[in-house]
Design a protein around this ligand. Sequence first.
Ligand code: BGC
Ligand code: NOJ
Length: 813
Amino acid sequence: MEQQKRYGHFDDQHREYVITDPQTPWPWINYLGNEDFFSLISNTAGGYSFYKDAKFRRITRYRYNNVPMDNGGRYFYIKDGDTVWNPGWKPCKTPLDFYECRHGMSYTRITGRKNGVEASVLFFVPLKKWCEVQKLTLKNESSETKTLKLFSFEEWCLWNAATDMENFQRNFSTGEVEIEGSTIYHKTEYRERRNHYAFYHVNAPIQGFDTDRETFVGLYNSFADPQAVIEGKPRNSHAHGWSPIASHYIEVTLAPGESKDFVFLLGYIENEQDEKFEAPQVINKKKAHALIAELDTTEKVDKAFAELCQLWDALLNIYKVKTGNDKLDRMVNIWNQYQCMVTFNFSRSASFFESGVGRGMGFRDSNQDLVGFVHQIPPRARQRIIDIASTQFPDGGCYHQYQPLTKRGNNDIGGGFNDDPCWLIFGTVAYIKETGDFSILDEMVPFDNQPGSEVTLFEHLKVSMDHVIKNLGPHLLPLIGRADWNDCLNLNCFSWDPNESFQTTENVSEGTKAESLMIAGLFVVTGKDYVALCKKIGKNDEAERMQKAVDAMIAAVKKDGWDGEWYLRAYDFYGNKIGSNECEEAKIFIESQGWCTMAEIGAEDGMVAKSLDSCKKYLECEHGMVLNNPAFTKYIYEYGEISSYPEGYKENAGIFCHNNPWVIIGECLAGRGNDAWSHYAKILPSYVEEKYQTLHKVEPYVNCQMVAGKDAFKPGEGKNSWLTGTAAWMWYTVSEFILGIKPDYDGIRIDPCLPETATDYTVNRKFREAEYEITIHPNGAQKGVKQIVLDGKPVDGTVIPYSVGKHTVEVTM
Ligand code: BGC
Ligand code: NOJ
């Protein structure tokens, strides 16, 4: 293997990833903001900000797929004599004497040094505030006095990120700004229906500014050499239409050893309809002034930053493991949990691969995301469940996506993905087990957000289960609808038109025989959960009714869902097998192996073990398990998008990391700890980080959606980092099934599944009003708890009963 170059390293003590070379193989980004106001920031300060919704409230502009990559962001230009440089290297790309980017928990610190000057910028979004803070510290480390010219830079987006990129006949005439002291206000469209504006402020007097992009940059220049900066002269331009920007100009003199802080604030304000203006055409700035006043000194900013760090201390204190294996501990204790927060907040909307305009919150995605997040901030998970359920239809079907701003179902995509309803049970059960809050089941929740249609959340769960039962096909297996978890297995689509999207094409469902084994397994897993929940709340008849449906599904899978060495994947429109040894290509798929082994269907007949062995034999490769094997080599009209991808990418035999944990959990349930661990470590970012920084390309501190599979041109190359269900599934897998600490209605179930090399480890788990220190002694066993001692007394079984207070637990395997 070629020697892999390294671009950075983990700093566990500070919970940071430290990037030491700005020329990473792809922009390595971070997320700022925990609620409402969000930013994406790359290791060279590229990216953008938005309020709640990356499509409808885009605050700053970003151009995806740009040349060069990742051009545009919050830039500080420092002109020191004839040298112009940026602390994050870009966009000037002036060689720096020192560069470092530290991505931490909801903050990023970028430091550059050039010719005896250090510029360090701390970027973060303070808790509960609608702004991004950029605290710039300039330090003269030379022995002579330095006089520097500092220019800030932000480019405004005209709010709707979609029309901002296309409707130029209008856009070039609507832009409006106001300038007041050191604050530049962006108020495009405020004169009409918008009641929000943005501002860019600095807590120091300025000696000039610019708000018109072409005037600042020059029509024939670029971000790398803006004319105003090169000449060291701001133009004091006032934008009218075209492309409004915000740039402050500050002259700074620093004695040797002297340093100065500047607090820049990018803020977002909403006003009441009747308080929009303070004078004709003049925006009401009262709230902006108030927000600025809260953060106008270094001390106030440092305090806000300390609060943010305390929040993360608390969040990461809920589940903490100490195994002695740094690579495992840092993922469990820091980065996996962090990524779960990000996926919970963003679903699949805004990353460097998701443009923020295409997709809102996914129904299935959000339910899964909340399983990775629920232990951190349960009330937000609760609200999310209600929001999601409110987009459901009375028959249990659901909108596939909804918009975060309006919380309404998205009509462009519609519904008909027949796995969707089951995920509501998955999410709700996880919430109740974590919190013990059964009252959520009594919440009145509407259908399709229609007032008057409210029923209890429990009723929503019931219609979810019923939706599967009422949509069975000829083998009594679930009809797939538009698609199941695999959005690209479009069995009722039949498209020969290159101008239509597989995702939105009208599906032919009349007369279909297309059934899904993935939904079958999912139904059994969530069905068992539903039955247990019904029993728990005394709905015994309902429990019995659903148990019968689950048993029938198990029987159907055993009868018509087994191919001999693995579970089938589906039946197509005509009733032909998919994912069978009889097929020419794609003989085996991962999804049904994952879900049917998690459901333990046919375990007693050896089906589970055979399926897991087949995953190892046919799907596993150096970088993880591929989705299907062999890859499709041609487009198959009756399969849809899945066969549109070249071999080894995405849903066509890519390592679609999201589904690897399903098989890993299957392994854990089967007690095969060595296999579970080896699959897990292959896609664990810290292991990949150590070996493949260049090949993998994307951020080494988080999981990505897809890693090119064994049939790809470059196996091991990662794509679509950050926003993926992999985060929640990795968390669920390691926290509950490998390390074996599983919240349950009445306590914590302890049932680890480990490689036989595992040594003693301790998990500190806060759970409701209790705190457990759990030490596990594996003694070389892969599975099987022999004895649990709680506060010195042996416990029967594997559940430690919940009780308020601090407890110590000793577990012998
Ligand atoms: C992708 C899927 C994605 C779907 C919906 C497809 O093109 O391959 O991974 O879920 O689009 O946006
Ligand atoms: C990405 C989507 O967000 C998710 O919902 C889907 O299950 C996978 N792609 C697989 O197609």
